[in-house]
Structures are given as structure tokens and as C-alpha cells.
Design a protein around this ligand. Structure first.
Ligand SMILES: CC(=O)N[C@H]1[C@@H](OP(=O)(O)OP(=O)(O)OC[C@H]2O[C@@H](n3ccc(=O)[nH]c3=O)[C@H](O)[C@@H]2O)O[C@H](CO)[C@@H](O)[C@@H]1O[C@H](C)C(=O)N[C@@H](C)C(=O)N[C@H](CCC(=O)O)C(=O)O
Ligand SMILES: Nc1ncnc2c1ncn2[C@@H]1O[C@H](COP(=O)(O)OP(=O)(O)OP(=O)(O)O)[C@@H](O)[C@H]1O
Ligand SMILES: N[C@H](CCC[C@H](N)C(=O)O)C(=O)O
Ligand SMILES: [Mg+2]
Length: 525
């Protein structure tokens, strides 16, 4: 053991002698059964800036862990200061469970029983160390990072479909993680950095050559994507969401911007930006003339442009124009916002060197995204759709699009999530009241909040007296279906692909699609 509590670790970690051995490991929530290299602390931290600490150069690390309850012998524990608690409160637990060293922003003192490394930013260090632990899988994959308030999942899955399919192109996003030979259900849109690198590592081992990933603003803000080698970064749009976390739209934009500017540790090699969005235009202006940016848009001049947009109840058609050509696109995706999503995916593929004319067939065969305008057909005489709209912008677009294709009444069931942006609740209700004929407000993952409080926040909008507030979501869906008749449309919004309802720490099974099917059958019986 070398005790140098006051020396910067970067000085201690010179002349590293590699001491690799093999071990199997299971870390974070992404378990692995294959054999991996087991590096020592010295190799992991070589060249990484550390403030102080004490460590034994030869200590071997089996896994990187951020939750004390998941520590196993040989773990390097990262003590993260969070919003609710602080990983530093649990360092003793980590020691008891067999951690070999702690990475922390605090000085744990000379009497702390195991080694520790003090750093300026533990989340950033976690990202850098994770990348090294997994031997930089991001360098072996062509990575596209997609950010924006709405449409990330749609654009990511569409891009995956266009550029090669799930065997060759990995996916990290809200609905699932595709790792080449296998698929895992998603637990975060943009997972913790250590999980991202573990997923990318598995993709490489399974023969993927590319990856498309959703990059959420929480992900950027919490350094989950710090240092990631992104080839193409795409900006879709920015509208109100997550103000509880970011505090203002400007701060929210500044966080998204980091994906494009190099403030995330590395600059993307190319960027794709939607110039129909004012924030997209601001981003292009702030990136400067020398940045390799390709723009897309419907209403504004762009490198890749859609015009002559025709929306039909079962498909969308438009003319696609790019610098070297133009052609007619037919897609089963519905609505003008999906033209924007289609343009985003085509532009990403174009920037990667694909010829748009070779994408036509893939554009027309994209099966859609689970829970995004997913049609439920159980013999009822009205149109019934389940969608993931959970912001005022998404709800406005969804209602607007359905209004255009609905001869009868538009009936909407939706709710606002608990422990999320409270200031989006009244605008969400306003968007639905303006867009629909009949509104049923109900529960959508109240989490730790009372539904009464959530409803009160929604009711802040004028005229909400006409809205039916029904606590039980199944009951609300049932009443909406009862109110529907021929030529009408029922939209059940907000939960999309989700298969649960979260109340105060309890997660109950709930799937809008199966609930709606079950209710239709009951009503038909
Ligand atoms: C608001 C938010 O993003 N919170 C994230 C944040 O939580 P936090 O700051 O509250 O952490 P904390 O609970 O105080 O814990 C601090 C540290 O102590 C550790 N701990 C805690 C307890 C214990 O016994 N032992 C222990 O070691 C925790 O593992 C953690 O490392 O740090 C945690 C650990 O890294 C994340 O899991 C957590 O995500 C929560 C669960 C979450 O719901 N995040 C959502 C909002 C999110 O990230 N969503 C985006 C998509 C959004 C969108 O685009 O619409 C996503 O990318 O998924
Ligand atoms: N380009 C868009 N502009 C506005 N609304 C959109 C757009 N694309 C999709 N939507 C709406 O937003 C909903 C969510 O879409 P999607 O899941 O693709 O977005 P996301 O950005 O991945 O969301 P999340 O941040 O929750 O993962 C859709 O169900 C649809 O109603
Ligand atoms: N990524 C979004 C999803 C919201 C989905 C909605 N069902 C809710 O729970 O509010 C979030 O975590 O804010
Ligand atoms: Mg998503």
C-alpha cells in the first residue's frame, strides 16, 4: 500500500506497468457472462486528472459500480452526489460489501479503511473510466446520437431501419436496447455511462458496426455521455419539458447544445439539425461556419428539404429534395411531425454516405414504433390509437394530425406524470382542450405525487370545467370508448409502449393497448 494522501493521483500514476488478468463480471444492471480483461486501478486512472487520495497501484478492479447496494467484491465504487441522497453516505456499506477503492469528490481522510481517489467531477470520471474499462467500444462503432424534446425514439428506430437493421446497427433508447444478437428491454432512455459502454461493448462483440442512440438532456447533464466518440449528432427540436430539472428553456437548450460543441468532451464528426425549429437555427448560428452541419426542414430552406406534403389517413407522401437530387417518398407514418422525423433519419443516412434513392423501399416498409400512433383494431367502428405524446407540443401535433383525418369527434384520454415538470401540466391540458372535442384527464405515473395535486396543476388552465377528471386510468379509457361512435377517433396518450403505472414507489402492470382491447371485447360481449 502506498500512502500519498496529499499528492495528486495523476502524479502517482506514472510509469504504469500493465497487470491485466481475466475475470468474468456482472456490473450495473447490464449483466455479462463473457470473459473480460480485469485492469488495475493504475491502468484505469493513467492520465486522468485526480486531486488527491490514496491507492495501491496493483489493486485489480472487477467492475465499476455507482450504487452501494450493488457492490460486489472487487468493485470500484463511484460515490455520486445526487438530488435525493449522496453516494458518499454509503461508502462504508461499499467497503463492507468488498469494494476495493472509492472514487469520490470528498476527502475520506487518512483513516478511511480502503483506498480512495478524490476527483473534481465523479460522474465525468465515471464516464472516462468506463470507456477505458470497456476498451473504447465507441471507437469501433459508427455512432449516431439523436437529441431533441420529441421524436428521438422514432428517429432512432427509423435510422436503424434505414442504415442496416438491428443485426448490424445497435440501438440504445426508450423502448429497447438492441445489441446485435440480442435485445434487452430499456430501463433508461440514455443509461448511466458505465451501462452505455457495457452495451456498446456487447454490440461490438456481437458484430455490430454501427449504433444509434437517444441522447436525453438528463443524460448529457449527468455526464452519462461524456467523452463518447459520436460520429453524427442530430438535433430534432426543443419545446417545453423537464423545466423542473433544467429550470429554464435556455438552460435546457444549453445542455442539448453540448452534444454538438465539444463540451461533452469530444466534438461529433458531423451534425444534422432541424432548421424548422428556432432553437435549431440558433444552434447552427452558434456552431459557426466551419462546423460540418447538414440541415433539414419543411418550412425553412435546408440542405435536405420536404415539400408538397400530403397527409392521408393511412400514409404520408412528400417530395424529398437533397443537394444532388429529388424523389417522391411514401411512408406509413402519419402526420406532419413524422415528415420531420423522416427527414431527420434520411439526413443522418445521407451524411453517413447513403444515397436517398436507395432508402425509398426502407422508408415505405418501416413498421413504426411500438406505442407511437399504434392502431388498435378489434372490430370497433371508430378509430383507436395509443400514442406516447407527453408534452404540450406532442399533444398539439397529435391532436392536429388526428383532427385532419377524423370526420367525427376526437376524444382524448391522457394524464401528466408525477415528479416531472409541473409547469407543463396546464399547457398540456390546454393543447388537448384546443385540439379535441372530449377530454378525459387521468393518471399517468403519479409517482410520489398525489393525483389531486397533479389535477390541480392541470386545472390552472381556463375553461377546464368541461374536462372529465377520472382518477382510474382504466375507468377513463372505458368512458372514452363508451363515448365513441362511428367516424370518431379515440386517442389514448402519454404511456405509449409503457407496460406499467407507477404510484408512490409501487409499479403496477398497466398497458393502454391491452386495457383498450380488453374493454372493447367486454363491451362487444
Ligand atoms: C432526475 C434524474 O435524472 N435523477 C437521476 C439521478 O438521481 P439522483 O440525483 O436523485 O440520485 P440519488 O437518488 O440522489 O442517488 C445518488 C447516488 O447515490 C447512490 N446510492 C443511493 C442509495 C443507496 O442506498 N446507495 C447508493 O449508493 C445512487 O446509486 C446514486 O449514484 O442519478 C441517478 C443515478 O445516476 C439516476 O438513476 C436518476 O435517474 C432517475 C431514476 C430518473 O428518473 N431519471 C429520469 C428523469 C431520466 O433520466 N430520464 C431521461 C429521459 C428523459 C426524456 O428525454 O424525456 C433518461 O435518459 O432516461
Ligand atoms: N418531431 C416531433 N415533433 C413533435 N412531436 C413529436 C415528434 N415526433 C414524435 N412526436 C410525438 O411525441 C411522442 C413521443 O415520440 P418519441 O417517443 O419518438 O419521442 P422521444 O423524444 O423519444 O420521447 P422521450 O424523451 O420520452 O423518450 C410521439 O408519440 C408523438 O406524439
Ligand atoms: N421520458 C419521459 C417519459 C414520460 C412518459 C410519461 N408516461 C410520464 O410518466 O410522464 C420522462 O421520463 O419524463
Ligand atoms: Mg425516447
Amino acid at each position: 500500500m502506498i500512502g500519498h494522501a496529499d499528492l495528486p493521483i495523476s502524479l502517482l500514476l506514472t510509469a504504469a506497468s500493465s497487470r491485466y488478468s481475466y475475470a468474468s463480471q456482472s456490473q450495473g444492471r447490464v449483466s455479462k457472462s463473457h470473459q473480460v480483461m480485469k485492469p488495475n486501478v493504475e491502468d484505469l486512472f493513467e492520465g486522468i486528472e485526480c486531486e488527491a487520495g490514496r491507492l495501491n497501484h496493483d489493486t485489480l478492479v472487477t467492475c465499476l459500480i455507482t450504487d452501494s447496494r450493488r457492490v460486489v467484491p472487487g468493485a470500484l465504487f463511484f460515490a455520486i452526489g445526487g438530488l435525493r441522497t449522496n453516494g458518499n453516505y454509503f461508502v462504508e456499506e461499499a467497503v463492507d460489501r468488498g469494494a476495493v477503492a472509492i472514487v469520490t469528490e470528498e476527502d475520506l481522510g487518512a483513516r478511511f479503511p480502503i483506498d480512495f481517489i478524490k476527483v473534481k467531477d465523479v460522474r465525468q470520471t465515471l464516464a472516462l473510466i468506463s470507456r477505458r474499462f470497456y476498451e473504447a467500444p465507441d471507437e469501433k462503432l459508427k455512432i449516431t446520437g439523436v437529441t431533441g424534446t420529441n421524436g428521438k425514439t422514432t428517429v432512432s428506430m427509423l435510422t436503424q431501419h434505414l442504415v442496416g437493421g438491428s443485426d448490424q446497427v445497435g440501438l440504445i433508447g426508450t423502448v429497447r436496447y438492441d445489441l446485435g444478437k440480442r435485445t434487452l428491454p430499456s430501463f433508461r432512455t440514455t443509461p448511466e455511462s458505465v451501462d452505455i459502454y457495457s452495451l456498446l461493448d456487447q454490440m461490438v462483440k456481437n458484430g455490430c458496426s454501427e449504433t444509434v442512440m437517444e441522447v436525453s438532456s438528463h443524460g448529457i447533464s449527468q455526464q452519462r455521455t461524456y467523452g463518447l466518440d459520436v460520429d453524427v449528432a442530430a438535433f430534432l427540436n426543443l419545446t417545453q419539458d423537464h423545466i423542473d430539472y433544467h429550470k429554464s428553456m435556455e438552460a435546457y437548450f444549453d445542455v442539448k447544445k453540448r452534444l454538438f460543441t465539444g463540451e461533452m468532451g469530444r466534438k461529433p464528426k458531423a451534425s444534422v439539425v432541424n432548421v424548422d425549429c428556432a432553437y435549431g437555427r440558433q444552434l447552427v448560428a452558434e456552431m459557426g461556419d466551419d462546423a460540418p452541419v447538414t440541415t433539414y426542414g419543411i418550412d425553412h430552406d435546408a440542405d435536405v428539404q420536404a415539400s408538397e406534403v400530403n397527409l392521408f389517413p393511412d400514409r404520408t407522401e412528400f417530395k424529398l429534395v437533397w443537394p444532388e437530387g429529388e424523389l417522391q417518398v411514401v411512408s406509413p407514418l402519419l402526420g406532419r411531425f413524422n415528415v420531420s422525423n423522416l427527414l431527420a433519419a434520411v439526413t443522418i443516412a445521407y451524411v453517413q454516405g447513403k444515397r436517398p434513392e436507395n432508402l425509398l423501399e426502407h422508408l415505405s416498409t418501416f413498421p413504426g414504433v411500438p406505442g407511437r400512433m399504434e392502431r388498435i383494431e378489434e372490430g370497433q367502428d371508430y378509430n383507436l390509437l395509443v400514442d406516447y405524446a407527453h408534452t404540450d407540443d406532442a399533444l398539439r401535433h397529435a391532436c392536429g394530425m388526428l383532427r385532419e383525418i377524423t370526420p367525427g369527434k376526437l376524444i382524448v384520454v391522457f394524464g401528466c406524470g408525477g415528479d416531472r415538470d409541473r409547469t407543463k401540466r396546464a399547457p398540456m391540458l390546454k393543447a388537448v382542450m384546443e385540439g379535441a372535442d372530449l377530454v378525459y384527464a387521468t393518471a399517468d405515473n403519479p409517482r410520489s405525487e398525489s393525483l389531486g395535486q397533479i389535477f390541480d396543476d392541470m386545472r390552472a388552465v381556463e375553461g377546464s370545467g368541461s374536462v372529465h377528471f377520472i382518477e382510474d386510468r382504466k375507468d377513463a379509457i372505458s368512458r372514452a370508448l363508451d363515448a365513441a361512435s362511428k367516424d370518431d377517433c379515440v386517442l389514448i396518450a402519454g404511456k405509449g409502449h409503457e407496460t406499467y403505472q407507477e404510484f408512490d414507489g409501487t409499479v403496477m402492470p398497466f398497458d393502454d393497448r391491452s386495457v383498450a382491447r380488453e374493454l372493447i371485447h367486454l363491451k362487444q360481449a
